[in-house]
Write a protein that binds this ligand. Structure first.
Ligand SMILES: [Zn+2]
Length: 258
């Protein structure tokens, strides 16, 4: 990023009070997490099935054990937040009201310290039994290698509390997203192509703020009449690293006070 762009970003940030940061897969890929999008589109078969088939409600209810093995195979590796998650956390440290609305299910924003996180597609860290509803963390599921519910007399199995194909976004997540989008004066869109309908609709119909900043190495199509005031078209990690430095410098006093 050139100095001019960094200054422009800081200027837009100075005007912001209520910020929504919308994040997608691009924010988590530097953490080494399997990118859902490429996984969905991957042609490689898992136990004879395409990933896109497996990650659906239809498949889960018919082949829960294969679904379970699939999740363990691709998502059980521990991951740490990266510089992009830190960027979002640093925004919060400037004293502005920051809400993260994420399409990711990895919980890395919370792990980085972000306080207000709306998980549109649920969380891989929370699991529950399909029959009795008892909940378990992903850590417990992994440690105990739990698939069948261990409660006496229960015939259920454990699944992650994520939104699969064929399932609806949870009402409370949707309401939280609607509220934060309608209250925000500034929207930062990071690492998502806006190809899924909900984030696109939220920007088109709910966001009424002044500033939109697009951060993605690719050119992202925004709804008509909602074009970004600023596009940072660079690799996310690189841009975040520079911005983290610049924001910390500008808001150093705030950080010391807290
Ligand atoms: Zn159970």
């Amino acid at each position: 990023m050139q100095q001019e762009q960094i200054s422009k970003f800081l200027k837009l940030l100075r005007m912001a009070q209520d910020i929504v940061v919308l994040t997608g897969a691009g924010v988590s890929t530097p953490s080494g997490l399997s990118d859902f999008k490429s996984l969905y589109n991957s042609k490689s078969l898992f136990q004879g099935y395409k990933p896109i088939e497996i990650l659906s409600n239809y498949f889960l209810v018919r082949n829960p054990k294969i679904f379970y093995d699939f999740v363990m195979h691709y998502f059980s590796k521990p991951c740490e937040p990266n510089v992009c998650h830190q960027f979002v956390k640093i925004l919060e440290q400037t004293g502005k009201n920051v809400t993260v609305v994420t399409q990711n299910i990895d919980g890395l924003h919370q792990k980085a310290g972000s306080k207000k996180v709306v998980e549109l597609h649920g969380s891989l860290n929370e699991w529950y039994c399909t029959d009795c509803g008892q909940s378990r963390t992903f850590e417990e599921i992994k440690d105990l290698n739990l698939f069948d519910c261990e409660n006496f007399g229960c015939h259920g199995f454990f699944r992650p509390d994520v939104v699969l194909y064929g399932e609806e976004i949870k009402k409370n997540a949707l309401n939280d997203a609607l509220r934060s989008f309608s209250n925000a004066d500034t929207l930062i869109v990071m690492g998502t192509s806006l190809k899924t309908s909900l984030p696109f609709e939220l920007i088109k119909n709910v966001f009424r703020g002044y500033t939109i900043i697009s951060m993605d190495k690719d050119f992202v199509d925004f709804p008509q009449h909602q074009s970004p005031k600023m596009r940072i078209q660079e690799p996310l990690e690189k841009a975040c690293k520079q911005l983290n430095f610049a924001i910390k410098k500008e808001y150093a006093t705030h950080e010391k006070q807290t």
